[in-house]
Design a protein around this ligand. Structure first.
Ligand code: SF4
Length: 266
């Protein structure tokens, strides 16, 4: 049973998302009015932010305001082409509105913070990075593509781009687990030990380094086992902080609850 790193992340949000999202099970994520439009808006904005992270070097290397503005325009305009598959069927008006709002909402402070030198931008400047490299471990039967892979001489460093909020300090637990999973993929492919990784919380221009701890590796392996069981058919409990309100599978979750209630005579 093949597992993707993204399914480990899904599990951490809510284990049932893995169950409903497993291909061939017939649960279609469904659209519903306001929540759906909000999700689409968030998705487009997330893609724009991600492209900012991939093109940071262009912005940091440039001193001319007019040129920076042109680069930002190019980044925003490139999104529909790069994410064509994901954005298929989306209303053009919505796309244009999000792009416009994004550019209007950008502030100098954020741009200034983005352009500030830090360890990660320095590493990228010297060594470059490989974008979304797909990796597969036969031993773990696990695959995934990390956003940026930096090969700095003997050291191979994974870097993830996140479009949500950053924690007050360090990186979120789910991000540490995801990085540990990438670390294990890198180790199987490159034969070297991954000691650290980066998370770019691009929305807040916060770039954080974290050590790959033993406990994160153990947690990633534990979740991998659970995900495998779910993909084989086990129906899991809800996640503790499951975001049911905006979930595209809530209809099915309710149905299953009703069936279970009936079986239990409640
Ligand atoms: S509705 Fe809630 S419990 Fe069900 S899959 Fe969605 S987030 Fe998980």
């Amino acid at each position: 049973m093949k597992v993707r790193v993204s399914e480990l992340t899904q599990y951490l949000v809510c284990p049932r998302l893995v169950y409903f999202g497993t291909q061939g099970r017939g649960y279609e994520s469904y659209a519903h009015t306001h929540a759906h439009t909000m999700r689409e808006k968030g998705m487009i904005e997330g893609f724009i932010l991600k492209e900012f992270a991939f093109n940071l070097h262009k912005i940091t290397d440039c001193e001319d305001i007019a040129a920076i503005t042109a680069i930002i325009g190019d980044i925003v305009e490139s999104v529909p082409r790069i994410y064509r598959e994901e954005l298929e069927g989306l209303e053009l008006d919505l796309m244009e509105a999000v792009k416009r709002d994004f550019i209007q909402g950008m502030n100098d402070e954020w741009l200034k913070k983005l352009r500030t030198e830090n360890e990660l931008t320095e590493l990228e400047r010297v060594h470059g990075y490989e974008r979304e490299r797909m990796m597969y471990s036969e031993k773990l039967n696990l695959s995934g593509s990390v956003d940026k892979l930096i090969i700095a001489d003997e050291e191979v460093i994974p870097c993830m781009i996140k479009t949500g909020k950053s924690p007050g300090y360090g990186v979120w637990r789910s991000d540490r687990v995801q990085l540990a999973a990438y670390a294990m993929l890198i180790e199987d492919e490159f034969g070297s030990t991954v000691k650290r990784g980066f998370v770019q919380y691009i929305r807040e221009a916060e770039f954080r380094m974290t050590q790959i701890r033993r406990s994160d590796r153990a947690e990633a392996l534990r979740i991998l086992k659970h995900v495998r069981r779910i993909k084989q058919g086990a129906f899991p409990d809800k996640g503790r902080n499951a975001p049911c309100e905006n979930c595209a599978y809530s209809k099915y979750c309710d149905t299953r609850k009703t069936l279970l209630s009936k079986l239990l005579g409640k």
